[in-house]
Design a binder for this molecule. Sequence first.
Ligand SMILES: Nc1ncnc2c1ncn2[C@@H]1O[C@H](COP(=O)(O)OP(=O)(O)OP(=O)(O)O)[C@@H](O)[C@H]1O
Length: 571
Amino acid sequence: VASDPGDPAQVSGLVPSGGLPSNTLPFPLSGLTGCSEDGPEEGAEGRSTEVSLEEALVRLAEFLSVQLGAEESCRNPDLSKVSVLGLPMAVITSVSFAPILISFTAERCPPTVDGSPPQEESPSLSPRGEAPGQNPPQLEEDQRAWQRLEQLILGQLEELKQQLELQEEELGRLRLGVGATDSEKRVQHLTLENEALKQSLSLTRDLLLHWGPGPSTRAPQEEAEALVELQSRLQEAQDTTEALQVQLGVQEVQLQGLRGALRQLQQETEQNCRRELQQMLGQLAGLRARMASLRQGCGDLRGLVSTFTQSCQCSLSEARGQVRTICPLSRTCSLGSPPLHASGRGRQPTDLISIPGNIRVLCRLRPGTPSSLVSLEPGPSGTVTTCYRGRQRRFRLDWVFSPEASQEEVFRELEPAVLSCLQGYSVCIFTYGQTGTGKTYSMEGPPEDPGIAPRALQSLFQEMGTEGQHRVTLSMVEIYNEAVRDLLAPGPPERLAVRQGPAGQGGIQVAGLTYWDVPDLEMLHQMLSLGRSNRATAATTKKPKGPREGSCPSTSTPSPLVPRPGLAPLT
Ligand SMILES: Nc1ncnc2c1ncn2[C@@H]1O[C@H](COP(=O)(O)OP(=O)(O)OP(=O)(O)O)[C@@H](O)[C@H]1O
């Protein structure tokens, strides 16, 4: 079969610039290429197909490309750049294609002068394709070529062994364990490499079988020896290949084991993660329930605090009411105040002074007042209801006495305030009401049933005792027709001016008012009687009387206790 050097698409990557010799291949290529019908055939059916060497190589490249899935590389068979499944093809080319190329390039003849290939003198790569007229030197050259081919194949088998050893080392490293994902990728990579090596090995073996020496034209003795040697080498190569295949099988088993270990590791890791996740979810649910319980407890606690606060306020109000019932004058004193005496002594003046707006209003009806006009609810925080011209008005006061209340009962409620002056407080007690309602009766009273003022003086002197730690001064004024008159003045009563005192010295001052030192209670009563006699309403025709012998005005200037206009009794 003649070669087809005119088809550059078929041989451009393989044929040297000078073209290839027209070699023939006497063995059938159908088993190798699977496409023997594509090439030109001659002879009867069933004979071995003779194909040009170039075309055989091209078909071989096509076959390999088809087998390895690289169609484009087959059409342009630059074998050094063929790739299989994205992997480098260096291993395959070094095993299967390199011997063919080297064999051709080594044995091709130089081109003739006219560029045509020297067909009759070109060496043949196939001893079996030798024509009957071939000369011995050409056979020797063929033998040498085959020997080099075998050496190359054996060398590449050694390389294959080295590759397998490298893979074993890689597997060893994988067994030591790296990350599951990296190991798995590496296993896949090695699996693909093993597949490629298998294919390369199979191709090499096929090449060795098909390209092996055919019927020798040498001497039978030499031919037999060469054949034996070649068969021995071939057997050795097959043994090596089988050993490598066994190793590959072992490695595959190991790979399977590693994959199983990886899967088991992944499953265990996944199960552990799921178990931990379940535990965390359980803990989270517990925490949520705990938080809900705490929130509910917090709400309950707030309700309890609110209820307790309201209960405390109710209890406090009730206690204050009870304190008012027991101690009317200290209705707003603190619960921690000392107990009060029945007579009022022992009460703390601060309890009264600390009362905000410490003005207390007490009421006693004159006996005989018609109930149709005024009705009472006596007691602390009692009420007085008036009815005038069909209109009722209700007043709540600090204390309401019934008309039958005695002078003693009234003074008992006022005594703490009176005694508070011994602590340095200013106290003023006055009565207010219509004419004939009992103001004078309540404040002074008859001698057999004295009112507030005599009882207050008596209580004060009794409280002071005889230790001389206190000083009592007396002044007495009358406000009549909007004029302030000094009832105890040594001379005729003069109209006095009422002024606002300096800051820090009390409230209102009565300039020129006479103050008398009163050593005892008896003198005090005599002075009061004198002042009473000087009142305009009572002694308009009388001459003002001076103080009796033994008493003297202390000073015309205010004493340290003055100005305290509220101290002067106003009746
Ligand atoms: N609680 C009382 N118990 C008995 N008698 C009383 C009582 N209150 C007032 N009286 C009598 O009523 C009369 C008038 O009282 P009183 O003079 O004190 O009134 P007054 O308000 O001072 O009058 P005025 O403003 O005119 O001075 C007196 O005779 C007094 O004895």
